[in-house]
Structure formats: structure tokens, C-alpha cells
Design a protein around this ligand. Structure first.
Ligand SMILES: [Zn+2]
Length: 132
């Protein structure tokens, strides 16, 4: 019973996998098995393309333990091309100012160092500006 659950968590961490509703074709993220649009059962996995635009963002100066080396960092609400909003850290910003409506794409990056001192790194998805 543990394996499918673990697999599912891994899918969420390394790719943007949600669900698609067979009744109204809505794309859901995160996966919730019930479509919020029509109330139907939605259990078909759907991998998002990982493209979207910045819907809103916040610069975080007061960072939680394990994130210090990345301070300050920017967390954005990204509106995916398929519709859902996803919260993620922005990366590779360089000198470019973050703007509402800026096109971004998903990348897999180090999220934080494990605070235990064992040097374990935790990876996950972030978004970066689409290179012109
Ligand atoms: Zn639906």
C-alpha cells in the first residue's frame, strides 16, 4: 500500500502531475480526485507542461530554517497554461525584475538543504523566466 503513495509523491516532486476530469475536461492541481468544477470523479493523471505566467508574487526575506542560503527568495503564484494556480519559488531571476504576467517555465532544482547536517538535498520544482 505504501508504494503507490510514494510513487505519487515522487511524481508530484519531479514533475507537475495533476489530474484531468473526464467529465468536463478541467485540469486539476494538486490532484484531489474530485473535480471542483463539476463534482465528478477525476482520477486520470495529467502531466502539466510546466509553462505559465506569474499571477502574483512575494519576496521572502524572513526565511524558514534550511532556506537561509537562498535568502531573500521570491515565491510566486503561477497560473499554468492549463488553468490551475500553483505556488512555487522563482529561480534564475538574475537582474530581471519580476513582473505580473511574466512567462515562466518549470525546472527541477534544489529546494533546500537538509537541516540535519548530513548534507542531504531536497529537490523539487521551481519556475524560472522563459529565456528569450
Ligand atoms: Zn469536471
Amino acid at each position: 500500500m505504501e508504494i503507490p503513495r510514494h510513487w505519487r509523491l515522487r511524481q508530484q516532486r519531479y514533475g507537475l502531475v495533476g489530474e484531468t476530469c473526464p467529465h468536463c475536461d478541467a485540469k486539476l492541481f494538486p490532484p484531489r480526485d474530485v473535480c471542483p468544477h463539476c463534482g465528478g470523479e477525476a482520477k486520470h493523471p495529467y502531466t502539466f507542461k510546466g509553462h505559465g505566467t506569474v499571477y502574483s508574487y512575494t519576496v521572502m526575506h524572513d526565511v524558514p530554517a534550511g532556506f537561509e542560503e537562498q535568502s531573500p527568495y521570491t515565491v510566486a503564484l503561477v497560473k499554468l497554461d492549463e488553468g490551475p494556480l500553483v505556488t512555487a519559488q522563482l529561480t534564475d531571476l538574475g537582474q530581471e525584475p519580476v513582473e505580473i504576467g511574466m512567462p515562466v517555465e518549470m525546472v527541477t532544482r534544489k529546494i533546500r538543504s537538509d537541516g540535519s547536517g548530513r548534507g542531504m538535498l531536497v529537490y523539487g520544482y521551481k519556475f524560472r523566466p522563459v529565456l528569450k
